[in-house]
Design a protein around this ligand. Structure first.
Ligand code: HEC
Ligand code: HEC
Length: 303
């Protein structure tokens, strides 16, 4: 009897191990195919300005359009993860800035693809990058081209075995190979004129990534994979009583510049990178406020 139970368990275990093996092998295969894919994408060239004013504006945009968060103050790259599952090293932009054309930058930033057609890993080709105008990207490139070349040796970005498995199974917060997840042929939005309009406000909202934390409809709540202790809980930005009802334009400016709420409470500046966003211009903030003011009121955390 016991022998038979033992045999049945043994067979059960063997079947389980075999199924697990097949599942891992298929996930690994799917991910390797994504990494080995080659893309032929030829974005149009556009002008890179070279005057002093454009370079100064490029320095500001390199920060407020969030490149600095991964590529670092001096643009020499950084190591955001180096562990058993993956190594993620946003590239050293000082090595490529002058060799890359405007089109090469556009391919990297909006499509997540290298000049040779290779998919980049973890270059965040989301709404922030897709919407980024030629004007803004051109200024950023103008600035990065003036930075001193820094020779460093960052470990290469690499998805290791478990990194590949987790990404293929959709178990990481953002897709690691975004170029395989987006439609490269979808029409790009026209860049709105820089003015205090709702249209420009929606552009700033998209390229700043406010909705990555405050949710698409701005109603706030805990985004997937957020740690409420460490990352905080993004509040409701719509004019609902659980959100910004009663706030004025001045209140919003005070929050974005000084981190102070109308009730005098100080928010945690780091939780929404205020050191970066405090550099949004009056026009950018004014336009953003028009969007928030005119958003439909939605109760907190209702999506
Ligand atoms: C979330 C982090 C992150 C942000 C934000 C980010 N990048 Fe990257 N970027 C990366 C990573 C990681 C790579 C390298 C990927 C690889 O080697 O596979 C990369 C690669 C690049 C490359 C290709 C460099 C090369 O040597 O081929 C360019 C150009 C680039 N980024 C520009 C930008 C610009 C401009 C911005 C801001 C508009 C930006 N990135 C924002 C993470 C980021
Ligand atoms: C990385 C996530 C993240 C991003 C990106 C982000 N926020 Fe926030 N935001 C938060 C968190 C978390 C809080 C709450 C912080 C606290 O209470 O200490 C917050 C607070 C706020 C508040 C204060 C609201 C209140 O009731 O106190 C406003 C206004 C706001 N964010 C607007 C914006 C705008 C506009 C953008 C885009 C330019 C933005 N946020 C981008 C996470 C984010």
């Amino acid at each position: 009897m016991l022998k038979r139970v033992g045999k049945a368990l043994g067979i059960g275990l063997a079947v389980f191990v075999t199924i697990l093996g097949i599942a891992l092998a298929s996930l690994y295969f799917v991910e390797s195919q994504k990494l080995d894919a080659s893309f032929d994408i030829q974005p149009d060239e556009f002008d890179i300005p070279t005057d002093e004013a454009a370079i100064a504006e490029g320095e500001r945009l390199y920060h407020v359009r969030v490149c600095v968060e991964c590529h670092g103050e001096d643009a020499s790259g950084s190591t955001i993860a180096d562990m058993w599952a993956m190594t993620l090293t946003p590239a050293n932009l000082t090595l490529v800035a002058n060799a890359f054309s405007a089109s090469d930058f556009a391919r990297a930033v909006r499509h997540g693809v290298s000049p040779s057609g290779r998919p980049y890993v973890h270059m965040p080709v989301d709404d922030r990058m897709w919407n980024l105008s030629d004007r803004d990207l051109g200024h950023i490139v103008a600035y990065v081209r003036t930075l001193p070349r820094i020779e460093n040796s960052l470990p290469a970005t690499e998805l290791k075995f478990w990194g590949k498995i987790f990404d293929a199974a959709g178990m990481v917060p953002v897709p690691m190979i975004p170029s395989s997840a987006i439609d490269h042929d979808r029409p790009r939005p026209d860049a709105p004129a820089i003015a205090e309009t709702e249209e420009y406000g929606r552009y700033i909202l998209a390229v700043s990534g406010c909705q990555l934390c405050h949710w698409e409809n701005l109603a706030g709540g805990l985004p997937p994979m957020f740690d409420p202790e460490k990352d905080g809980i993004p509040p409701n930005l719509t004019p609902h009583e659980t959100g910004l009802a009663g706030w004025t334009r001045e209140d919003f400016f005070e929050l974005m510049r000084e981190g102070r709420r109308p009730d005098g409470q100080q928010i945690d500046r780091d939780k929404m990178s205020l050191d970066i966003f405090e550099r949004l211009t009056d026009t950018e903030l004014g336009a953003l406020w028009l969007v928030l003011e005119n958003a439909g009121p939605v109760p907190f955390d209702e999506h």
